[in-house]
Design a binder for this molecule. Structure first.
Ligand code: DCP
Ligand code: MG
Length: 454
């Protein structure tokens, strides 16, 4: 928290708290996860959330050594009717917290050192910290003055695994600014954010792929995004106090209690979140196919088959180019012209229709529910050469043989020579298996597939 000539006091007194999620998925959480998400594949461990500890107060303690170890309360004059911006961890022991009236803070902690907010200084320090983050990846999404998400999917060869990057980033922030941060590492933003908050200050929490639901299960519902005091009160009324209990609640019960928000919360309680890290030049090129329906479509089976057709186009082009994709993105536009994009990092880069389609389905299903869909798109991004990818061929040798044979026939006799029947009975998810007769080709409603290589 404090630096200067004496070095980083907190960091030197004790090592950062590391919680490598040793917990195995609890049976309840994994069963539930499997029930609602039969095609969920583990994501990739590449999203980091960083948040400075007691930011404004730590900057003051760094700059004025006499304040270190003392209850410092940032928020101006105790006689005014202001509120506390933040306070040092020493002041938090007295019950002082952000947004509390400064008068109350003074009653709770009369020995507190009350200081005004020096906004310009904190902005300057914030910029310095964000610059440190950008040493590790261009994909930095700053979400407030003292926190950011980083997507390090493309940085691992340079800097090591995401947990290694997180540890190094913590060190470099201390060295550069004299401030400590707490960091969460996971497969998505939701998990990373909950993780960074769990072991403050100076924390490092890593949640391994597949452990998301079990990691969240014992935590209080208030730790979840989207659960404020009112929602928490309603859930407490239903006897729900932990995230695991929330995940185990039937989705219908939640929807009755909370409307549309209920379904979203249910997904989050299982650790599901597809929100991409935005901002910071997305360096990767992409291959994408999209289609606009002649008539807006609500039928899920039709939507899923269309995604398959789009995916086939994308993956065939990846294979033709000899590259694989680390990330799958779907684009969905509804009849009201509302457009959403969702992305997922694959656990292994791929050029296989099956793998990319599964990811596209996983992304699209929650977004198309109950809506009339006008446009669908599938893109593959974070492209790389196959030789960079280890272990892949061993895992997928059989599937690769089928794909290579299919591509060879296509090259020789044209696309129509290979029907989607070739994709059947290879463990592809419903509804394709339920409805093998309806191939995409002759269908009305997929008038034109536009493709695009950026
Ligand atoms: N802030 C504020 N008013 C609030 C909340 C925050 O002015 N109601 C300012 C002061 C904080 C900074 O934003 O230092 C960052 O907010 P955080 O919620 O991250 O709080 P801290 O960094 O102070 O503490 P923590 O260690 O809990 O992250
Ligand atoms: Mg903070």
């Amino acid at each position: 928290m404090v630096g200067g000539p004496e070095g980083n006091v907190l960091a030197s007194r004790r090592p950062p708290r590391v919680a490598l999620s040793a917990v195995r998925p609890c049976p309840l959480a994994s069963r539930d996860s499997a029930r609602h998400n039969p095609h969920m594949t583990p994501g990739r461990l590449c999203i980091i959330h960083v948040d400075l500890d007691a930011f404004f107060a730590s900057v003051e303690q760094r700059d004025r050594p006499e304040l270190r170890g003392k209850p410092v309360i940032i928020g101006g004059d105790i006689k005014s009717r202001g509120v506390v911006s933040t306070c040092s961890y020493e002041a938090r022991k007295f019950g002082v917290h952000s947004a509390m009236p400064t008068r109350t803070a003074h009653q709770l902690c009369p020995q507190g050192i009350f200081l005004p907010v020096d906004g310009a200084k904190y902005q300057r320090v914030s910029r310095e910290v964000m610059t440190v983050f950008r040493r590790f990846t261009p994909a930095v999404e700053q979400v407030s003055i003292d926190e950011a998400f980083l997507d390090v999917a493309g940085s691992e060869r340079l800097f090591g695994s995401a947990p290694e990057i997180a540890a190094r980033l913590k060190r470099e922030v201390v060295e550069t600014t004299g401030l400590t941060v707490s960091v969460g590492v996971g497969t998505n933003k939701l998990i990373a954010k909950v993780g960074s908050d769990l072991r403050k200050p100076d924390g490092l929490v890593v949640v391994q792929p597949g452990d998301e639901a079990a990691f969240l299960a014992p935590l209080e519902i208030r730790r979840l995004w989207g659960i404020g005091p009112k929602t928490a009160e309603r859930l407490h009324g239903l006897g729900i106090s932990t995230i695991g209990e929330l995940a185990a609640l039937p989705i219908e019960t939640l929807a009755r209690a909370l409307g549309d928000h209920g379904a979203t919360l249910h997904d989050r309680a299982l650790g599901i979140d597809f929100d991409p890290v935005t901002g910071g030049g997305e360096a990767a090129k992409s291959v994408s196919h999209e289609t606009t329906f002649a008539v807006d479509v609500m039928d899920i089976a039709e939507i899923e088959r269309t995604l398959l057709a789009l995916t086939e186009g994308v993956s065939a082009r990846l294979r033709a180019a000899g590259i694989r994709a680390g990330t799958v993105v779907v684009k969905i536009r509804d009849s009201q012209f509302r457009t959403v994009t969702r992305q997922k990092h694959l656990s292994e880069p791929s050029d296989l229709t099956d793998t990319i389609w599964r990811a596209a389905l996983e992304l699209a299903r929650p977004e198309v529910r109950g809506k009339k869909i006008r446009l669908l798109g599938v893109s593959a991004t974070q492209l790389g050469a196959p030789e960079q990818i280890s272990m892949f061929e061993v895992v997928d040798a059989k599937q690769r043989a089928v794909v290579d044979a299919t591509d060879a026939v296509r090259r020789r006799f044209g696309d129509a020579a290979v029907t989607r029947g070739s994709l059947l009975h290879r463990g592809l998810p419903a509804p394709f298996e339920r409805d093998p007769a309806s191939a995409v080709e002759g269908r009305v409603g997929v008038p034109k597939i536009e493709d695009d290589v950026e």
